[in-house]
Design a protein around this ligand. Structure first.
Ligand SMILES: *[C@@H]1O[C@H](CO)[C@@H](O)[C@H](O)[C@H]1NC(C)=O
Ligand SMILES: CC(=O)N[C@H]1CO[C@H](CO)[C@@H](O)[C@@H]1O
Ligand SMILES: [Zn+2]
Ligand SMILES: [Zn+2]
Length: 430
């Protein structure tokens, strides 16, 4: 044989060897979404979502939601750990062997009265799934069903993380501290996005969302008759001055190219027109994209509150995150996983439907996972072309477009299955 024949032989052999791997990836990208869109699978996922929507539960109280999850996992024949972080459930699909890759869904609702009139409206006054976490749970159960149905493709184990208390409670941190995610090599999470088109996904490499903290301060003066202010020490004026001065932290001290937020969202004091109160309580949130900026901001918030209060002869005490309201770190996507995500999402949804976004000042407790495991978080569009202006997350008028459910389920399942396929082939060849 001459050189060109040898070359041809080698080419043919290498082409014959390849399909082993790409066949699996091809099956995943083509079949998972189709499977999720099948009428019986779609109706099942929608049914779960509606059931959870009708009975919203706040952070660490997701007992019924947890029960629904375990019942469905039982029916699917998927083993799980429970309880994890009070109400959480951690399921396992696949070989039971390494590598392990995790998918996460948050479970909690918000303290909000649903204002949408529809058949499956929240039955609990003052509580509502207005952040779409009911759909995240349903999508993860959908992913579980897809993965179980295609378990012959799983070259390792997918860890299904149903996590309580995302809305301020930091449930992710408690899940990590439980040790349930040891040996997990990567974790993926998603959030529905009302303003982005259905069938598209949105994310970026590196910093995606801000670190977030809360503060609360009591500004104490001396109450008295409102007509004789010289006998009182007025905490209303002191607190007002504090609020104004806090705004100077971002406008005058921050690097304009290093985005930060300080918002005073709570101001409570006084109850009568003619009484100066003893004290005023203020509180709010602050955001930054790096740990250093965040800690600097925290220190200055305290100094400004105490200093400005004393200008007005008041005393102030400032409290930051507590055990049940921890600081959230910034959400930082792993650069390697970003490339991986673009490839998988591109093959499931089409390359045109995978978009880059700018960083957001919202926060996510998914960041706790990313501090210890390479992690990737993305948004999934669900804009309903029929409704005129989509209502934002946390609005009492928020409405989920249920057509997003198969996309979320298929995307999560595809990411996990492809990840196992690639890591397996890497460990075999190395
Ligand atoms: C502030 O604290 C000091 C020291 O404890 C105390 O003497 C003073 O009365 C306090 N002032 C107010 C307005 O509470
Ligand atoms: C440990 C290891 O091999 N990790 C790899 C698993 O696959 C992803 C996606 O291809 C890589 O980014 C990881 O480096
Ligand atoms: Zn939310
Ligand atoms: Zn949310």
């Amino acid at each position: 044989m001459n050189a060109s024949k040898w070359f041809l032989m080698i080419l043919i052999i290498s082409l014959l060897k390849q399909p082993q791997i790409s066949n699996g990836a091809f099956e995943i990208s083509k079949q998972f979404l189709e499977f999720a869109k099948k009428a019986e699978v779609f109706e099942w996922v929608v049914g779960i979502r509606r059931k959870i929507h009708q009975n919203p539960e706040l952070g660490y109280q997701e007992f019924e939601t947890s029960k629904i999850i375990r019942e469905e996992l039982n029916k699917l024949g998927i083993l799980y750990k429970h309880p994890v972080a009070v109400t959480g459930v951690v399921g396992f699909v696949g070989s039971g062997e390494p590598p392990f890759v995790a998918l996460r869904a948050d479970m909690d609702a918000l303290s909000l009265q649903e204002m949408v009139e529809w058949k499956h409206k929240s039955k609990v006054p003052g509580k509502m799934h207005a952040c779409g976490h009911d759909s995240h749970v349903a999508m993860l159960l959908g992913a579980a069903k897809i993965l179980k149905h295609h378990s012959h493709l799983l070259k390792g184990t997918v860890v299904l993380v149903f996590q309580p208390a995302e809305e301020g409670g930091g449930g992710a941190k408690v899940v990590i501290d439980s040790g349930s995610l040891e040996n997990v090599k990567a974790i993926f999470g998603l959030h529905v996005s009302p303003e982005d088109p259905l069938g598209q996904v949105f994310s970026r490499s590196g910093t995606l969302m801000a670190g977030s903290g809360v503060f609360e301060a009591v500004i104490a003066g001396k109450g008295g008759h409102a007509a004789i202010p010289q006998h009182s020490i007025d905490p209303i004026l002191a607190a007002s001055s504090v609020v104004v001065s806090l705004q100077h932290l971002v406008s005058r001290e921050a690097d304009p190219l290093d985005s930060q937020v300080v918002t005073v969202a709570k101001f409570q004091g006084g109850g009568a027109f003619n009484v100066i109160p003893d004290s005023v309580t203020i509180g709010g949130t602050f955001r930054a994209f790096s740990k250093e900026t965040f800690m600097q901001l925290k220190q200055r918030i305290e100094e400004v509150i105490v200093g400005q209060a004393s200008v007005h002869r008041c005393n102030a005490t400032v409290e930051f995150a507590s055990k049940d309201k921890p600081f959230f770190p910034a959400t930082i996507n792993d650069a390697g996983l970003h490339k991986f995500f673009q490839k998988v999402a591109g093959s499931v949804l089409g390359l045109d439907n995978v978009k880059e976004v700018s960083p957001l000042t919202a926060a996510e407790d998914f960041s706790f996972y990313q501090e210890v495991i390479p992690g990737y978080f993305y948004f999934i569009g669900m804009k309903n072309e029929k409704t005129e202006k989509p209502m934002s997350l946390h609005s009492p008028f928020f409405q989920l477009n249920e057509d997003v459910l198969p996309y979320g389920a298929a995307m999560q399942a595809s990411l996990a299955a492809t990840y196992l396929l690639e890591n397996q082939s890497q460990s075999q060849t190395s």
